[in-house]
Design a protein around this ligand. Structure first.
Ligand code: SF4
Length: 383
């Protein structure tokens, strides 16, 4: 196998704090905000232990959890440490996820001044009833205010996250959410389907029969509506759940995950990828602080990805992207003839109108996007 072309890498900082746990969320997060200051010192100390990182990086992403719980000075300290420690490009995309319940004019202006140039606001819904069901800490009005304040603070690159597929949601109510989102003129939208993760309070309520989940058919109708509505209103789908107003406003950072570009993850539970080796940090904040306090690497495990795993991941990740699989590149990387190797799934899915394949690419049609994971599994079965 020939290694993938070296690409500029990214830096991910995992901020593991939330004011309160949302009922549907299964990410690890901690509500003890008194530990934020120790966490910031630890992340900066972790950078000093990462002797395995080299090469240019052009993205820095603060994800969580709720990164907007950090004061501007804390974000500024992490950014300047990242710039000192890693080889960061002058035009680095610096993204911060923000919860509308934690933002104000002052901290937004402070984050912007600290160098954050892209903000992703977790709106989720413009219906207060839906937000209550999801146990979010903010209202729809807070979300609208957060976007307005972000723009006044100088953010031009604003993205919004929305969730669809809620119990009882109709095409009309989801369309109202999309309309409300577009009125705020974001340049990026992520529309995620509500999922029922094992053992979350939401799943427990479902199992107790406290509500009925939306049928798969109704969810599929909402997804189709999303694609049509956003396309008619100037958004391009570039991944199953992601839409932007142009190529330039795609999430540069998230695309690194889909192309196996190298990234270094800092903070509890963060993952890193370097030269086909994936590693991950300890999951819990206290373990992380303890390890860093002892001057140790906070790494919990690592695996080397062989050609088969890399091919499987490439199929799974690239078929979720609108551009699909670049066949000449795939053939060169894995030393196979894509068309021959995957002739059976290509023929099967092309006949159903789910996949289109030429000599240069293999990608999902709009109809196929809805079944991206199942179709990728059909390709992977061949391996
Ligand atoms: S704010 Fe985000 S990370 Fe925190 S609990 Fe809610 S969904 Fe999960």
């Amino acid at each position: 196998m020939i290694p993938a072309e070296p690409e500029a890498g990214g830096v991910y900082v995992h901020v593991p704090f939330c004011v309160r746990k949302c009922a549907y969320c299964d990410f690890y997060s901690c509500a003890d905000l008194t530990k934020i200051s120790a966490y910031v010192d630890a992340v900066i100390a972790e950078m000093g232990t990462r002797s395995d990182v080299s090469g240019i990086r052009d993205t820095l992403y603060f994800g969580g959890g709720t990164p907007s719980l950090l004061f501007p000075e804390q974000i500024a300290a992490i950014i300047s440490s990242v710039r000192r420690r890693f080889d960061m490009a002058a035009d680095t995309e610096i993204t911060m996820e923000a919860n509308p319940g934690t933002v104000g004019a002052d901290n937004l202006a402070g984050w912007r001044k600290a160098g954050v140039n892209r903000i992703n606001i977790g709106v989720q819904s413009f219906s207060d009833t839906a937000l209550k069901f999801l146990t979010r800490i903010h209202s729809a009005a807070d979300a609208v205010a957060a976007v307005d304040l972000a723009r006044s603070a100088g953010f031009e690159n604003i993205g919004l996250d929305l969730i669809y597929g809620l119990p009882g949601q109709t095409a009309q109510s989801w369309r109202s959410d999309l309309e409300a989102a577009l009125r705020l003129k974001p340049c990026h939208l992520s529309c995620y389907m509500l999922t029922y993760e094992p053992a979350t309070p939401l799943t427990q309520s479902l199992e107790k029969g406290l509500f009925r989940r939306l049928s798969d058919k109704a969810v599929a109708t909402l997804y189709d509506l999303t694609l049509r509505y956003l396309e008619d209103n100037g958004f391009y789908q570039y991944e199953v759940s992601n839409f932007s107003t142009s190529r330039q406003t795609r999430s540069r950072h998230n695309q690194k995950y889909w192309t196996h570009a190298p990234y270094v993850g800092l903070g509890p539970s963060a993952h890193s990828l370097r030269a086909d080796r994936r590693s991950w940090n300890v999951r819990f904040l206290d373990d992380y602080l303890e390890r860093i306090g002892r001057g140790e690497l906070p790494m919990d495990g690592a695996e080397d990805l062989g050609p088969r795993e890399l091919m499987m991941e490439t199929l799974y990740l690239r078929l979720r992207c609108k551009d699909g699989i670049a066949i000449p590149e795939f053939n060169q990387r894995f030393a196979v003839d894509f068309q021959k190797f995957f002739a059976a799934p290509i023929a099967r899915y092309a006949a159903g109108g789910w996949v289109e394949a030429t000599d240069s690419f293999c990608r999902l049609t709009r109809k196929g996007m809805r079944y991206a994971d199942g179709i990728a599994a059909g390709f992977i079965d061949v391996l």
